[in-house]
Ligand binder design. Structure first.
Ligand SMILES: *Cc1c(COP(=O)(O)O)cnc(C)c1O
Length: 480
């Protein structure tokens, strides 16, 4: 425990301390981060930040107190509806992020089913296995039975036929992603929506990462399938303003095909001593800043600006994708149609390649099933894409040279597998020392983590790994 501050620190002390802490973070401005940070360049970022600061103190909890925020929010929702195939019936709200939008879509589906299918006691929602974990989180929070259908192992798309076969009298909603985060592959939204409509089910499109990517790729003439509210049978869609919309963190939109459906999202309490309490989404107090910043991003960048930014990202994507395809032992996963690309290898240890790239300052996600590297490619990477390809070539050579590294990884994985056979899940969970401390996201002093990822792949989905990660989260949320 550290003590609660007795006296105040001066502004210079505080800022100096914050700068020191910040210096240990990854330097996203170097254009080597392929996840987490979406940056539209200084010109736009400055305006968006100004807008945030202008509404830094205001609270969107009570829209009658701040009609400005109400107006900014409804206008932002409306502009998003226009972008994403909505019509005069479309209704939505802003949320704090993709997770909240998805939680709301699931909660709304549950309330809709209570009203329209009252005989269902344990509602089921069918998702492709590649759908974002926010869905499983929502099922866990709201008591929905998860029905998770493995994606097609060649296309990495949702297996629509298997999803249809999984429908029972308790099913309330189907889900598709445009695109799914892991491989950047777009599910066949038309087909899923048609199945939903035929069976009188809701259908949600997770366009959290694609909502402000795909429309502008279409604008550039890229072949993007229909994925939004214009598709027959789609009843809701989520899109994150704080990803390719370049808004400040804390902004996403959830849109419904009808006002009636949106009503199932709302919470109202008229019995409270404190007066009538009405809340559209999960949060109570809501940051005025993120609403103002979202509105400002759309207005300041506009269709032309977004299309130009997407053009830069696409150029980087082409360089990187071609670079990967030109390396014999690597392969792109599925057919990514946007600016998210994942790749793996049949021959080399992709996690060892990842380690070499990390040592050169690149940051990205390491994935499992199949073992792969995930790149979210952004406008900033136009300047660094060629360097990435050169570093990747060098990394592959390095790993080819030191074949023993794969061997040691394999030996460790085998050792873990062996261990797994002889100890119980709970004993195994106590072996958390296997997990290098604080290394899920490598800091500056990167260490090789290929062995750990190999091990995690082996244990994926088991209680043992869940326990390890829960302990790890506990550590991350404690003072060191
Ligand atoms: C990012 C993302 C989410 C979750 O959004 P958060 O803003 O991180 O809560 C959901 N689905 C997809 C496809 C995403 O890319």
């Amino acid at each position: 425990m550290i003590s609660f501050p007795e006296k105040s620190l001066s502004e210079s002390q505080i800022l100096a301390h914050l700068q020191t802490l910040k210096a240990q973070d990854l330097d996203w401005q170097a254009g080597k981060m392929m996840a987490l940070v979406y940056y539209p360049g200084k010109k736009y970022a400055d305006i968006i930040q100004k807008a945030y600061n202008l509404f830094f103190t205001e609270n969107a909890l009570n829209p009658t107190a701040f009609p400005s925020l109400r107006r900014l929010e409804t206008e932002t929702v409306s502009m998003c509806a226009h972008l994403l195939g909505g019509n005069e019936h479309t209704a939505g709200t802003l949320t704090s992020g993709g997770t909240e939008s998805i939680l709301m879509a699931v909660k709304t589906a549950r309330s809709w089913a209570k009203a329209h299918k009252p005989l269902i006691s344990l509602p089921e929602i069918i998702i492709p296995s590649s759908a974002h974990p926010a869905f499983r989180k929502a099922f866990y929070y709201f008591g929905i039975k998860p029905v998770i259908i493995p994606i097609d192992n060649e296309t990495y798309m949702a297996n629509v036929q298997a999803m249809e076969q999984a429908i029972t009298p308790h099913t309330i909603m189907l889900v598709g992603s445009a695109p799914a985060y892991p491989h950047g592959v777009i599910d066949d939204i038309k087909a899923i929506a048609a199945v939903a409509q035929k069976n009188n089910l809701l259908m949600h499109v997770d366009a959290c990462v694609g909502g402000f990517m795909l429309p502008f790729l279409k604008q550039l003439g890229k072949p993007i399938p229909d994925f939004d509210l214009s598709v027959q049978g789609v009843t809701s869609i989520s899109a994150d303003l704080h990803k390719y919309g370049y808004a400040a963190k804390g902004a996403s939109v959830i849109l419904y095909s009808t006002v009636e459906l949106r009503k199932h999202q709302f919470f109202v309490d008229t019995a409270w001593e404190g007066g009538i309490y009405a809340s559209p989404s999960m949060l109570g107090s809501r940051a005025g800043g993120s609403i103002a910043a979202a509105w400002t991003a759309l207005q300041a960048i506009g269709k032309q600006g977004y299309t130009a930014l997407m053009s830069d990202a696409w150029e980087a994507r082409q360089t990187i994708k071609k670079g990967i395809e030109n390396i014999k032992d690597l392969k792109i996963i599925g057919n990514p149609q946007g600016t998210i690309v994942a790749f793996g290898s049949n021959k080399l240890d992709i996690y060892a390649i990842a380690d070499e790239l990390s040592l050169k300052g690149w940051h990205f996600d390491r994935q499992q099933k199949p073992a792969s590297i995930h790149l979210t490619i952004m406008p900033a990477h136009k300047a660094t894409a060629a360097q990435f390809v050169a570093d990747l070539q060098a990394a592959v050579q390095q790993v080819n040279k030191f074949g023993w590294q794969k061997l040691t990884t394999n030996m460790q994985v085998e050792a873990v597998k062996g261990l797994k056979k002889i100890v119980s899940d709970s004993t195994f969970a106590r072996l958390q020392s296997l997990m290098p401390q604080g290394k899920i996201n490598e800091g500056k002093n990167v260490q090789r983590s290929a062995a750990m990822y190999g091990m995690m792949g082996t244990l994926s989905g088991t209680g043992a790994l869940n326990d390890l990660v829960t302990d790890f989260l506990d550590k991350l949320n404690s003072l060191k």
